[in-house]
Design a protein around this ligand. Structure first.
Ligand code: SF4
Length: 683
């Protein structure tokens, strides 16, 4: 008998936002190994335990292989035709009862660019609403808003390849050693080759032991911290006055504000010693080529957008953005395609390429390409969708690749919203926490089973290619959207993912130079990329900023306290984050070998707090907040400081997001995951 041929497929990792290029070896239709591509443009032959080993979920017996429909309270297996007919009828009923805005969709980074493009087109063209959002609402929406306000575009300012040449790294609110290990290793290598390192993070994260200065601000005090650094830079003459005169605006207002942020006052707000503030400001402010890299510790706050803008102030003051001087401001995106999901217009206020839906010229261009009217009124953000469902105004919700009942804050309220919504449709790999509340569950392909592109954290488009076929009757999200549109009598066009990206380029000039063929030839291409014959822009703003006046905008936002404060009833502050072997809700990484690497969720607390609250290392504890209760295993750790506890969100069974606060960024509605007041008690 002839042996089936082994195959290798080049694709892009579907976990974190680094975007490692991977070679997937298959035999007889199954993945046998995943190896880092030696010529990967970002990873250069490296990968982490997630990309390399977390593929066992593909053949998990728990994979969904046929659609499920709720009948008499239970989810039962049905065929695709019946499932899609039910969804189509439910969407029509919702629209008859409440108009197009009674329907909403939540897309995600698990979907490719082409899938996100098609989802938002479906909502706008087939339904007639702008109520489509994606998971960036919960993580980096303040980056998009803040970076766009400061510089003009809602993405990082520089390519990571340039960051790697920096002589001073300011790493803020990020734990790349665990959350983005390939980048964490490259940063560490840079430090070992002489770059100075300032880490700002309440926890003693992996890079902190190598830092020249480790700033440990109280959670929720970032804006004061950044203003303190800016104050020192200005008063000690580290600002680039020529750059500020020629290319920035807002210096007078910021200077006036910073008078209130001398080191001693900032030390009182943040808990960071004034001497450390001065040392950090001098390292960043006197470096020849400084770079800022930041994560969710900056964005997931009540004033997350102010945090991003106040951090961006440092780069502007130093003239370290859009110049040879430095390497700007780079957000570390937690998820593979969270940048792309937003780029493709899966947002309630913008179309693909970030043109505002309220702008008649933007709508006119889309209407010409789509041949259909585009609704003008901005749609609902994710938290508003849940509120509308609880109020009875939202009557149908389609959730695509996002386990909102595990990863959104205050999940008890999210579950009540889903239960109140007459039709909840869920595209999923597994019977997730969200799928358990759905009326229809559509089985879909994972990133190793589909065709398209992702955009990584430094705006690079890369190809995603199917290494294996999806199991059973599972379909790609792309096929799901097209099939549903067909059942509803709507022709969405875009028969293939390549066609969808091409159409997106006709609608959004910043993507006009991109195509699957080009990416197949060149590997990775950053946007903006308006011309198929010219390279994309890796480093932004070298001639002018993309703001209306062409200048960088300094922000003068005062420090305001976080939404939650510890008190006698809830004396500890819970911070949530990521761990090295798992990804998001863990639905993929917990089904396979990575569970053995990191099998249990822990509540990390300082030994002093363990003593104070009578908690033994390894004991089960209950954790309570004003929102809910969770049960976890305690682990004493000096990574956290007294008064703070830390937990991941990779294990939905422990219910950590039942605890998290419903406070949200005042600009973007990004939840304040990083500050929840809790109490801990031994069981
Ligand atoms: Fe690379 Fe991130 Fe995937 Fe790890 S999870 S292999 S760092 S893209």
């Amino acid at each position: 008998a002839s042996r089936p041929a082994a195959a290798r497929t080049r694709t892009t990792c579907g976990y974190c936002g680094v975007g490692c290029s991977l070679e997937v070896a298959t035999h007889d239709g199954e993945v046998t190994a995943v190896l880092p591509a030696r010529d990967g443009p970002v990873n250069r032959g490296h990968a982490c335990v997630k990309g390399r080993f977390a593929h066992g979920y593909l053949t998990s017996p728990e994979r969904l292989t046929r659609p499920l429909l709720r009948r008499d309270g239970s989810l039962v297996t049905v065929g695709w035709d019946e499932a899609l007919d039910h969804v189509a009828r439910g969407l029509r009923a919702a629209m008859e009862a409440g108009g197009p805005d009674a329907v909403a969709a939540i897309s995600s980074a698990r979907a490719t660019n082409e899938e996100n493009y098609l989802v938002q087109k479906f909502m706008r063209v087939a339904i007639g609403t702008n109520s489509v959002d994606n998971c960036s609402r919960l993580c980096h929406s303040p980056s998009a808003a803040g970076l766009a306000a400061s510089f003009g575009l809602p993405g990082g300012t520089d390519t990571f390849d340039d960051v790697e040449r920096a002589d001073c790294l300011l790493v803020v609110g990020a734990n790349p050693v665990e959350a983005h290990p390939v980048i964490g290793a490259r940063l560490l290598q840079r430090v070992l080759h002489g770059a100075r390192l300032v880490v700002a993070d309440p926890r003693s994260v992996g890079l902190a032991v190598h830092a020249d200065v480790h700033l440990r601000p109280r959670p929720g005090t970032n804006v004061a911290l950044f203003h303190g650094l800016a104050h020192i830079m200005l008063t000690e003459g580290m600002a680039d006055e020529e750059f500020l005169r020629a290319r920035a605006t807002g210096l007078k207002e910021l200077t006036d504000l910073l008078a209130d942020y001398p080191p001693d006052r900032v030390a009182g707000i943040t808990g960071v010693p004034a001497a450390d503030l001065v040392a950090a400001a001098r390292l960043y402010g006197r470096a020849e080529h400084p770079a800022i890299i930041y994560g969710l510790g900056v964005t997931e706050h009540l004033h997350g957008t102010d945090g991003v803008r106040s951090l961006a102030n440092l780069a502007i003051l130093r003239g370290a953005v859009g110049t040879d001087r430095g390497f700007g401001v780079s957000p570390l995106r937690g998820q593979n395609n969270v940048q792309g999901a937003s780029d493709m217009g899966a947002l309630p206020d913008v179309l693909p390429g970030y043109g505002k839906v309220t702008d008649p010229a933007v709508r006119a261009r889309a209407e010409e390409v789509w041949g259909a009217p585009v609704p003008e009124r901005p749609g609902l953000r994710i938290p508003q969708m849940f509120a509308a469902a609880r109020a009875g105004a939202l009557r149908a919700l389609w959730v695509i690749g996002e386990d909102v009942c595990a990863t959104d804050p205050d999940t008890n309220r999210v579950a009540r919203a889903l239960d109140a919504c007459p039709l909840v449709v869920c595209n999923e790999l597994f019977l997730s926490e969200t799928a358990r509340h759905a009326d229809v569950v559509l089985p879909v392909a994972s990133w190793l089973e589909k065709d398209g592109t992702f955009v990584n954290f430094d705006r690079r488009f890369q190809r995603v290619r199917p290494a294996v076929a999806p199991p059973g009757e599972a379909r790609t999200d792309f096929d799901t959207v097209r099939s549903l549109a067909t059942v509803m009598g709507v022709d969405l066009g875009c028969p293939t993912p390549a066609d969808a990206l091409a159409e997106c380029g006709r609608l959004a000039p910043v993507f006009a130079g991109l195509s699957h063929d080009r990416l197949d030839r060149e590997g990775a291409v950053p946007w903006p990329c308006p011309d198929p014959d010219r390279p994309g822009e890796a480093k932004l703003y070298t001639e002018r900023f993309a703001t209306p006046d062409g200048r960088a905008h300094l922000a003068a936002a005062p420090y305001l306290p976080p939404g939650e404060q510890p008190d006698d009833d809830y004396p500890l502050v819970l911070v949530t984050g990521r761990r090295w072997a798992h990804y998001n809700s863990g639905s993929m990484t917990r089904r396979g070998g990575n569970l053995a690497l990191d099998p249990v969720d822990f509540l990390d607390l300082h030994p002093d707090d363990a003593t104070r609250y009578g908690v033994r290392d390894g004991a089960q504890v209950t954790v309570e907040s004003r929102y809910g209760r969770a049960s976890l295993t305690a682990r004493t750790s000096e990574q956290t400081v007294p008064g703070q506890v830390f937990c991941s969100f990779h294990f939905p069974a422990s219910g950590v997001n039942r605890l998290t606060s419903d406070q949200a960024d005042t600009v973007t509605s990004c939840p304040e995951y990083k500050v929840t007041a809790v109490r801990v008690a031994a069981l």
